[in-house]
Design a binder for this molecule. Structure first.
Ligand code: DHB
Length: 416
């Protein structure tokens, strides 16, 4: 098998890249180890930055997002018994869209297949070789439709893009001596639940509470998404529904507001870390998304960063196939990493400000409350949070954070 761009991984990064390359007339093959069904049912975060939503829209895969997603113009921060709103529309002219990552994946898969794209499910990459040559190869096993047993195959490419997540084979294909990894582990995890209930709040609530951080989010008028800080080794099955609701009420309820309960239809625990690898490219292998960097979930930057990476990459590949110029490809890592580090800083900062740290004394908690008081009381500080939350521009330039709204504040994008 041969293609121009071999894409290892069929999550949002791989699918968006394959879609963008198709629109540029560049052929690619996506190798995804999971089945289509698994991929389409994996519950992940659900906040699309303005730029992510605009990209899906501009490239013709935004219809269902407009119909079923909800545009949010702000968030609430709850701390010290108070709830303060950060008004994105006023501070940045931008908004975010609440729409599950797996819904984005469904939209992209169906569009890629409609366009005749090659997305191989159940195709497990084992090894990437020849990345210093002009024809790198991906060795993979695949369960073909004719043969029930898995066969070994090889995909030869001009370029390989590794978007196979933190545990994938792509990152280790870069020689150890040629990369540097930066990690921070957090001493807590998130307990996530999906609930059948109407929304308890119009906009998300991020709560700092002495029992730990809690987040109230939404998926649709019928399904709500909530998270609470827990021990990272917690077993979700040890938590009965009653115990979960008691914990959520203890952390969230105020004198004039009570959380709406419902039936819990899914629960899981995720650990939290920050991770960045540098550089994000070596020879003809490019890394993007979780293969290159992980952020803690606070602020929901993961998928947005992945989409921003492949956007930059698609521009570099388009320039190369158009004119043979490798300049933009050569600068891929450098361009991405500036944004990656800023999103890592934002996610770390939101995590630090909102979670309870075991070794924190009362002074540490007072510092968090003072910071939240400042962030919600100062227009400059609120704008800092808002411009990061709705998404920094692809290219760093002075003043570009809050200017040139792409959509007038308050303009509807459909949804609730
Ligand atoms: C969601 C996840 C996040 O990490 C976040 O900061 C906000 C919302 C979500 O899954 O809805």
């Amino acid at each position: 098998m041969r293609t121009k761009v071999g894409i290892v991984g069929g999550g949002p990064a791989g699918l968006v890249l394959s879609h963008l390359l198709y629109l540029e007339g560049i052929e690619s093959v996506v190798l995804e180890s999971r089945s289509r069904e698994e991929l389409e049912n994996e519950i992940r975060a659900g906040v699309l930055e303005q730029g992510t939503a605009d990209l899906l829209d501009a490239t013709g895969v935004g219809d269902r997002m407009h119909r079923d997603g909800a545009v949010h113009h702000g968030i609430n921060l709850r701390f010290a018994g108070r709830t303060e709103r950060i008004d994105f529309a006023d501070l940045t002219g931008k908004a975010v869209t609440l729409y599950g990552q797996h819904e984005v994946v469904k939209d992209l898969i169906s569009r890629r297949l409609e366009d005749g794209g090659q997305v191989l499910f159940g195709a497990e990459a084992h090894e990437i070789t020849g990345i210093e040559s002009e024809e790198p190869k991906v060795r993979f096993s695949h369960e073909g439709s004719e043969k029930p047993e898995k066969s070994e195959e090889e995909l030869a490419c001009d370029f390989v893009v590794g978007v196979d997540g933190f545990h994938g084979v792509s990152r280790p294909a870069i020689p150890e001596a040629a990369r540097t990894e930066y990690t921070r582990k957090y001493p807590f995890g998130w307990f996530g639940i999906l609930v059948e209930a109407p929304p308890a709040t119009e906009e998300l609530i991020y709560a700092n509470h002495e029992r730990g951080f809690t987040l109230v989010s939404t998926r649709s008028p019928q399904i709500q998404r909530m998270y609470f800080q827990c021990d990272p080794t917690e077993n979700a099955d040890d938590w009965s529904d009653d115990r979960i609701w008691a914990e959520l009420h203890a952390r969230l309820d105020t004198e004039d507001w009570t959380l709406t309960d419902g039936e819990i239809i899914e629960k899981n625990v995720v650990g939290m870390r920050s991770f960045v690898t540098e550089p994000m490219q070596y020879g003809r292998l490019f890394l993007a998304g979780d293969a290159a960097h992980i952020v803690p979930p606070t602020g929901a930057k993961g998928m947005n960063l992945a989409v921003a990476d492949v956007r930059v990459l698609s521009q570099g590949l388009a320039a190369y196939y158009y004119s043979g110029d490798t300049g933009a490809l050569d600068r891929y890592s450098e361009r991405c990493l500036r944004r990656v580090w800023k999103a890592s800083r934002f996610s770390w900062w939101m995590t630090s400000m909102l979670h309870r740290f075991e070794d924190d004394d009362v002074f540490g908690h007072r510092m968090q409350v003072a910071e939240l008081d400042y962030v919600t009381g100062s227009r400059a500080a609120s704008a800092t949070l808002a411009e990061n939350y709705v998404g920094l521009p692809l290219e760093a330039s002075k003043g570009s954070g809050t200017e040139s709204p792409q959509r007038p504040a308050g303009a509807p994008m459909g949804g609730a």
